[in-house]
Design a protein around this ligand. Structure first.
Ligand SMILES: [Zn+2]
Length: 149
């Protein structure tokens, strides 16, 4: 039985991460996973014409400063707009959590300087939840939300 792919990306130039030459092919995706690369005869539920475009795995951004932004934006732009599918955060030691309530204001000022977004941290409705008492609960809740998605 042939399964209709959720998505077929047609005719793109494949950069498969092996370091080899680019090659033109179709990519079938079902259930969030690549199921076939090559000439795909069946039609996908969704189709993307990638002729003349590069089709590549997502990039890993190993040094980001999204520690604060991730609390108010799940898109973490602009990295996600540029092909990044994995972003590593917290490697500069400017993470938000856990934070003692007495240190909230100092952390707000620090992060506003880093992000050049005055007021953005203080206005974020969620960040104050991340203190040393609530952080374990928030981390568990975030993990549970991700697993449901
Ligand atoms: Zn840094």
């Amino acid at each position: 039985m042939t399964v209709t792919p959720d998505l077929v990306i047609r005719g793109g130039n494949i950069a498969d991460g092996s370091g080899g030459e680019l090659y033109e092919a179709d990519v079938a995706i079902s259930g969030g996973r690549i199921t076939e690369v090559g000439k795909i005869s069946g039609k996908g539920q969704e189709e993307i014409d990638a002729k003349g475009k590069l089709v590549a795995p997502g990039f890993v951004d190993v040094h980001t400063h999204y520690d604060g932004q991730v609390t108010w934006s799940q898109d973490i732009t602009p990295s996600s707009q540029n092909g990044v599918t994995t972003a590593i955060m917290g490697n500069c030691g400017v993470g938000f959590a856990p934070c003692r309530p007495a240190d909230h204001q100092r952390l707000i000022q620090l992060m506003e300087g880093v992000l050049a977004r005055a007021g953005s941290i203080a206005c974020s409705p969620s960040w104050r939840r991340y203190d040393s008492r609530t952080w374990p609960r928030c981390a568990i809740a975030r993990r549970a939300r991700r697993n449901r998605a």
